[in-house]
Each structure stands twice: as C-alpha cells, then as structure tokens.
Design a protein around this ligand. Sequence first.
Ligand code: NAP
Length: 470
Amino acid sequence: MTIATTNPVNGQVLKTYEAMSDEQIDGAIERTDLAYRQLRDTTIEQRGRWLTAAADLLEAERNEIARLMTTEMGKTFAAAKAEVTKCATACRFYADRAAEFLADEPADAEAVSATRAFVRYQPIGPVLAVMPWNFPLWQVMRFAAPALMAGNTGLLKHASNVPQTALLLEDLFRRAGFPEGAFTTLLVGSDAVDRILSDPRVRAATLTGSEVAGRSIAQIAGRELKKTVLELGGSDPFVVMPSADVELAAQVATTARCQNNGQSCIAAKRFIVHTDVYDAFAEAFAHRMSALRVGDPMNGDTDVGPLASERGRDEVDAQVRDAVDKGATVLCGGEKPSGEGWFYPPTVVTDLNPGMRMWAEEVFGPVAGLYRASSYDEAIELANGTSFGLGSNAWTRDPQEQQRFATDLEAGAVFINGMTTSYPELPFGGVKNSGYGRELSAQGMHEFCNVKTVWVGEGTATAGAGSHSE
Ligand code: NAP
C-alpha cells in the first residue's frame, strides 16, 4: 500500500513517502531499545511532566492538528478538534493517575508464609503499535499515554493513509521532552510488521484494526512468544425495548451510527427494535438519518464527511447492493453518489436475512441495519448472533431488564440508555472476534507491565521459606 496523504474530498494525492529501508528500521529499533533503558529509570513524576507537556502542546495546536486529520481521512473538523481534546485529557489522566496505578499492591503475607508480599508493576520494553486511520490521534494516544507512563517505549506503524499524523505524533512526544527514541514512527507498510515484531528487542505488540490484521499479528506474536493486545472490528447491537424513550433512542442512534462518518469500531451498526415500538423507531430513525448533511468536512454545517478511501466506500456500497439484490428494503439513502470524493449517504436497510453480507459482516460506513424482535429473548439472540463482541447498547427504563442486558449481551461493554464511547477511566476492549486485552483505565496500563510477584521471607531457619514448589 502506498504511504501517502490523499484527500478523500477529491481524491487528490497531497504527499507521498518512501517506506523505510530495513537498515532504517533496525536503527529505529536500536534507538528505542536504548531509550527504554533510559526511560524505565526515570521517575513517574518526570514522565508525568513530559506527558502533561504533550497535553499542553495538543491543546495549543488543536486546530492545526485537527485540520491535518480532516485532510488525511475526512472526519469533520469539529470531530477532529474533539479528538485532539480527548487525547489531551487522556494524557493528563495518566500523568495524574499513573503513580496510583503503578504503586506496589500489598498481598496477604500471612497466607503465603511471608513477612511481606506484594505485586510490583514494571515496564516490559519497546512495544510495537499497529494502528488504524479512523481516529488517527486517539487510537495511538490511548496506547501511548499509559505505555510511556509505565516506562515502556513505543514504535508506531500507523495506517498508510495517515503518514503526516503519524509523524506529528513522534514530533509531539519529542517536543514534550521524552528522550530521543521513546516514541518512534516507522513509515512502513504492513509487510514490515513481521520483521519488526520478530526482533528480540521488541517485547510486545498492540493492534487496533481489522480481524485479518489481528490474525496475522497474533500468528507472528505466537511464534515469537510475545504479548499482544488486539482491538478489532465490531458490529455493535443497539437494542430498543418498549419502555425506551423512542425519540431519544432514535436521536442517539443516528449519532451512534454516523459519528466519524460511520467509521468507528464501536459505532452501533445493528438496530434491533422490539416490535411494539418498531414502526415508531423506524420512522424517527430514517427521518433523522436522511436529514444529516453530507459534504465538505471542513464546513461547520456538515454532519457526515467522505469515507476515508475509495476502496472503503466501494465496500460499503457493495454490502448494501448485496442486501438489496437479495430482497432487503432501503428506508433512506443507499445510492452511491457520482462526482468527486468518497461520499456515501446515511442509509437505513431493513428486511435483512442471514444470507446477506450485512447480516454477518461489519459495515464501516454510515449504514444501519434495522431488525425487528418480538421478545427480549429474540433481541438477545439477534444481538449476540455475530462473531463480534465489542460494544453494545440497550435502551430500556425497566431496571430488571437493564440488569439482564448487562449480563446477557456478549460484548466488552454494555451501555444502557446511551451510546458506546470510550473514557480514560473505563476499560475498553472486546470479546469473541473483536479481540482481547484491554486499553484505558488501570487495566490498559497493566497490559504492558510485568506484573511481578515479590515475596520476602524472614531469612531465618525457623521461618517458612515456601511450603511447596511447582
Ligand atoms: P486494517 O486494514 O486492519 O489496518 C489497521 C492497521 O493494520 C494499519 O496500520 C494497517 O497497515 C495494518 N495492517 C493491515 N493488514 C495487516 C497485516 N496483515 N499485518 C500487519 N498489519 C496489517 O484496518 P482498517 O481497515 O484500517 O481499520 C478499520 C478496522 O479497524 C475496522 O474493522 C474497525 O472496526 C477496526 N477498529 C477497531 C477498533 C477497536 O478499538 N476495537 C478501533 C478502530 C478501528 P496499512 O495501512 O499499511 O495496510
């Protein structure tokens, strides 16, 4: 894949880059390894000062960074600015809370016949981050902020269509004060991932991206016995039950489906509506979806910009065409526009069945599948009836039903009466083919830590020195 900035509004190639040579990659790994030895010996307070400086830079340069993201992948300028702010917030969160998350955790010394026992969290070394283009700053930051605070270093292989944002991230951490090599951008294609992850100095990998990329990286990491965190695709259910506020649910459903031009892993993608409120919801939802303004993402009135690539737009269109050809009904949208730019209209498709691609696949664009359920059990069966398990939403004001959804939905997150989103305070990740491991919160930070058990005995002949071994 060419490493290039191509404006999705008109398909114009603005800047191309040569992929780094093997020698350049090896040099970068050498530098990150040296930086790791330096970083792990700095204090949490020092790392916190650098990460806070990164937050300050993000806030000061918010508009420029946002404009670059919009140019590279088409998200609205307003959404891009919000993404920069969210990254600054995450930096401050980890700068403020790392000391607490990394503090020694006392264990029950008596139970393990020790005078003292505790868990210590330590960094593990350079981590390879393979990242997608859809939230080009945020996806990287939610890995980088906790990883750097823990004393690890980062090697970023970003998506090939966001090279300038990738370079900006390296520059940001350098200017914030982190040692040279602590965070390095590698301008390489996905074919270089095997070489990088096979290097013994690279200790782990995190990938946010598709299932195909996840399987590939997990295979390499398995062969090399390296830890991975995989944040993969999703086809999140959005269930609406009779006690829900249907108007509010339709309003939030529209945002949940079309945020980021419909290209979010945790976007609600399958709308499963109880038959008692199906007609009311379908009408309100289609009305709101068709009222969204599609256009230039730099324009303040635009709700939905272009998709990030022509290939991505054609894939979404092919999924809709497949459903229509097999008997589905389009309530709004559904026609690929002619003209320049990779636009696609907000679309609602219903009368879906298991023979259609939309039933089983993730649709990465502003296209909603609408399903009717006659009962709670049928809603759960539909909701859990995919290979994915990232986020999920349920709309109900019945407290017992809320409890049941929280337990029964097979997903890494359940949001009730609200849309799925990520917060630095809450763990984020999936089950089933949506991946494994968690980002954000203390859990996210601990993923790339050596969770070290420390057992201290009295050191005398009479005291226990461990009752048995394994
Ligand atoms: P993608 O094709 O998997 O690309 C993601 C990253 O992986 C890019 O850097 C890409 O590099 C690299 N890559 C692709 N194939 C690879 C391979 N075989 N081996 C090693 N690296 C490989 O995904 P995308 O289409 O850009 O992004 C959309 C997908 O990401 C969707 O499925 C979405 O749901 C998922 N996603 C998940 C989350 C989450 O948190 N769970 C968040 C956002 C997106 P190149 O660009 O050079 O090909």
